[in-house]
Each structure stands twice: as structure tokens, then as C-alpha cells.
Design a protein around this ligand. Structure first.
Ligand code: PLP
Length: 349
């Protein structure tokens, strides 16, 4: 089976398992786990921030970030299809009492003008004051699209100018950095808080970081306990993350090349793939109204894909466990599996 559902599906490599097996560990809650301490030091540097805190998931990283950046009753601006909006169970409201306002995006991006037009009157006794802006890069539901650096800088500058806190959901920041040729640290440095996920393209079994100033990270460490994310000998997981920083960052470009080749192959076979949208490791395929049937037929042909927020679109994601041969096979198998739906239209002409 060629499993293109998500880059979360990777198995740890043998070398990563060896790094896990050899990890020096201690009680991370007492800051005595040397592997965690090393990962937090390197992670902060990698994300262009002063300090970082290791967490089990990027969802927790986002929720802690929003919790420390806002107070109950504040408003949070996100793109309306962002992970924070669609896939975190209303966490900003449940955990932190935030009113989330969804901005319509273009490829997951929004403009400084859109932010400014949502700034509410902070002196009013009626209006929830806008306090936090969250950017998602790469943007998952738009097909793994990356923000150009100028647009990131413009949003951050707008936040500074208007006394807004800026959060970067960089679950796939390494993909964004690779696609734009800009260091993750350069992208991350202007934000108050940054999330990075280790269990996506970086290929770890679990783990994430939140990064920010020392002052904010002191609060994030409290948040980590508060949300139940403080662990003990978690260095076994941090060892995988350190391994990934050393060995899986530079190879992310391979996933992008494979996604691009898959997209080109499928487009050449006449499928609904927009090549301009393929910037990172996602390929979005418009399979028409019978998406469930299309997914089933692809599965019977040995290829797994997943759904997206767009009702006719499926997603194929490349990752560490997808080889060039898998891409060749998928380029053969997917159009054949979808041929039933494809031939309907031409026959009537
Ligand atoms: C996957 C993802 C997350 C959450 O990551 P987990 O580690 O699975 O909790 C957050 N933001 C974005 C954009 C994601 O794609």
C-alpha cells in the first residue's frame, strides 16, 4: 500500500530508533533531562527565538501559546480554514476564553489590511478587544502553501504597530522554509510565539516545540503543567527530534520534488491537479462529487489518500516513507483508479 494520507504516518527509521535507544534521560519536570535540555536549546535557535519548551504535540503548543498571549474575552484572528480554527475542537474558547474570528484567506494567507479592519475598539465596554493574530505556515488546508517572507514581515509589523500578539503555527515550518529558501529562524524570529511539530515531515513518532522570549517561555512551562503535558524521562522522544534536526531537515526538499512529480504525472493524465498549488509536500486532486467512491477505488488500486476541507478534493502527501518508486506507481495507479469518473464527460461530447 502506498500511504499518501499524511506525513504524520512515518515510521521511525532504524537510525532514529538507535538514537532513541541511546538517549541520556532524566526527570524533565526538574529540568534534569539532558536530551530535552539540548533539544530546547537547539530548538530555540532553530526557530529564531530565545527559549523553547518541548511538548508532546503541536496542538498543545498552539493552545499554550494562545493561552499565554491572551486573556479571556480577547479576540483571536486566524485564517478561517486554519488548523487552530478547524482541528483543535474550539480549544481557544474552551481553554482560554478567546473569541476566534476567521479571516477569509487566499491560499491560507491574509493581508495587513484584513488584520487592521478587524481591530476592535479596545476602550469599548461592549466589544471583545482583538489581541492575537495567528499565522499558519505552511497552511495545511490550502494544500501546504507557504507564505512569502515579505508577507510574514508585513503581518508581524502590523501586529507591532497595533499592539497585537503574533503567533506562528509552524507545524510544517521546515516545509515553508525549504519552499521559500528562507531559514526557519528568519521566518520565526518576529513572532511572539512559534509552534513546530516533529511528527509531520520531520518523521518523529511524536513531539513539538513552542518557542518565544524567556519571559513568555516561563509562562509556557507553567502552561505545560497546566495542560498536563509535563513529562518525566521524555528524552527518549527528544532524541528522535534531535536526530530529525540533524538528518531530516535537509531532505524535506526531496518530499517536495516527489510531490511535484506526482502532481505533474497526474495532471498529464488529465486529472484535476493545479500545478501552481504544489509548493511543498501536498498534492490536491479534485476528484469530483463522488469523493468517497474515488477514495475507495484508489484504495483498491493500492493508494491511500485523505479528504480535505474542500468537498471534491483529496490530498496526497509525500513523506519520509514515500520513495521515487512509490511515486511512479501512484502516477500509474491513481488515473487508472479514477478512469470511471474521468471518461463520463468526454463520452458525452
Ligand atoms: C498537524 C498540525 C497541528 C497539530 O499537530 P499535532 O502534533 O498533531 O497536535 C497544528 N497545526 C498544523 C498546521 C498542523 O498541520
Amino acid at each position: 500500500m502506498i500511504d499518501l494520507r499524511s506525513d504524520t504516518l512515518t515510521q521511525p527509521t532504524r537510525a532514529m530508533v538507535a538514537a532513541i535507544a541511546n538517549a541520556a534521560v532524566g526527570d524533565e519536570q526538574k529540568r534534569e533531562d539532558p536530551t530535552i535540555n539540548e533539544l530546547e536549546r537547539r530548538g530555540a535557535e532553530f526557530l529564531g527565538q530565545e527559549e523553547a519548551v518541548f511538548l508532546p504535540t503541536a496542538t498543545m503548543a498552539n493552545q499554550i501559546a494562545l493561552n499565554i498571549l491572551g486573556t479571556p474575552g480577547d479576540a483571536l484572528l486566524v485564517e478561517r480554514h486554519a488548523h487552530i480554527m478547524l482541528s483543535e475542537l474550539g480549544g481557544p474558547a474552551a481553554h482560554s476564553g478567546l473569541l476566534t474570528i476567521g479571516l477569509p484567506g487566499t491560499h491560507g494567507r491574509f493581508s495587513p489590511d484584513q488584520v487592521v479592519s478587524e481591530i476592535r475598539d479596545r476602550t469599548s465596554v461592549h466589544v471583545a478587544p482583538t489581541r492575537i493574530v495567528a499565522v499558519e505556515n505552511t497552511h495545511n488546508s490550502s494544500g501546504g502553501r507557504a507564505w512569502p517572507l515579505e508577507e510574514i514581515d508585513a503581518i508581524v509589523a502590523t501586529c507591532r504597530e497595533h499592539d497585537l500578539r503574533a503567533h506562528l503555527d509552524g507545524a510544517r515550518l521546515v516545509n515553508a522554509a525549504t519552499a521559500t529558501g528562507v531559514d526557519a529562524a528568519r521566518i520565526g524570529r518576529g513572532f511572539d510565539t512559534v509552534t513546530l511539530c516533529f511528527s509531520k515531515g520531520l518523521g518523529c513518532p511524536l513531539g513539538a516545540l513552542i518557542a518565544g522570549s524567556a519571559q513568555l517561555m516561563a509562562r509556557a512551562r507553567r502552561g505545560k503543567h497546566y495542560f498536563g503535558g509535563a513529562m518525566r524521562q521524555a528524552g527518549i522522544v527528544a532524541a528522535a527530534a534531535l536526530y530529525a534536526l540533524d538528518h531530516h531537515v535537509d531532505r524535506i526538499g526531496d518530499d517536495h520534488v516527489r510531490a511535484r512529480r506526482l502532481a505533474a504525472g497526474l495532471a498529464a493524465a488529465g486529472l484535476g491537479v493545479d500545478l501552481d498549488q504544489v509548493e511543498t509536500n501536498f498534492v490536491q486532486i479534485d476528484v469530483g462529487p463522488d469523493r468517497g467512491g474515488a477514495i475507495e477505488r484508489m484504495k483498491k488500486s493500492g493508494v491511500l489518500v485523505s479528504t480535505t476541507v474542500h468537498p471534491t478534493v483529496v490530498r496526497a502527501v509525500t513523506h519520509l516513507d514515500i520513495s521515487d518508486d512509490d511515486i511512479d506507481a501512484a502516477i500509474e495507479a491513481i488515473p487508472t483508479a479514477l478512469v470511471a469518473t474521468r471518461t463520463e464527460v468526454p463520452l458525452e461530447r
